[in-house]
Design a binder for this molecule. Structure first.
Ligand SMILES: [Zn+2]
Length: 183
């Protein structure tokens, strides 16, 4: 076998995907198995994390790291919360109180994606989350970068996007979407 194969190997895998022989890994460089001559590429992995940074009205901020689809709503006391879609368990309370937010108000859909890129002639594998914001038929609306979403409209989020829930209300909620390398 001499076809170049993209194995998507990570650092912990040090065996030939064809014959199982132990192999020496060199970041981003095409590899040839000394036992069976299979050629393949090895990509070091880098992970980008996605965060929702809640602004607690200039006091400080609350950071939530996304890993799956989450709903932003509030409880009967008016406290904003983050919960999962399928069952009602609360994930986090950012400690923000407002009756201007609906329950549910908005949904952040999360999808895991990976891609390879070349840096200085070496390839690396990037894994990240593709996140999009959907207005969940909220009473007071949702804005991304000052553009109001229509009911149920979905917008893909990019680093540093500003999300405002209930933009025309006194007790609006401001969230910044952040992407950065883990580690
Ligand atoms: Zn081999």
């Amino acid at each position: 076998m001499s076809a170049l194969r993209d194995t998507g190997l990570f650092k912990r895998d040090v065996y030939c995907p064809e014959c199982g022989a132990e192999i020496k890994i060199q970041d981003g460089v095409e590899q040839v198995c000394s036992s069976c001559s299979t050629r393949y590429s090895y990509y070091p992995e880098k992970r980008i994390v996605s965060q929702l940074v809640f602004d607690r009205h200039n006091l400080d901020s609350f950071v939530y790291e996304l890993n799956e689809t989450i709903v932003i709503g509030r409880d009967s006391q008016g406290f904003v919360n983050l919960h999962y879609e399928d069952f009602d368990s609360i994930r986090e309370y950012p400690n923000i109180r407002t009756h201007n937010i609906s329950d549910p108000h908005a949904r952040v859909r999360v999808e895991k994606v990976s891609m390879s890129r070349e840096v200085n002639g070496s390839k690396e594998l990037i894994t990240k989350l593709k996140c999009s914001l959907e207005d969940a038929l909220s009473k007071n609306g949702t804005c991304v970068n000052d553009q109001k979403l229509r009911a149920k409209e979905t917008r893909e989020l990019k680093n540093n996007d500003t999300i405002i829930l209930a933009p025309n209300c006194d007790r609006y909620v401001k969230i910044t979407y952040k992407e950065k390398f883990a580690g």
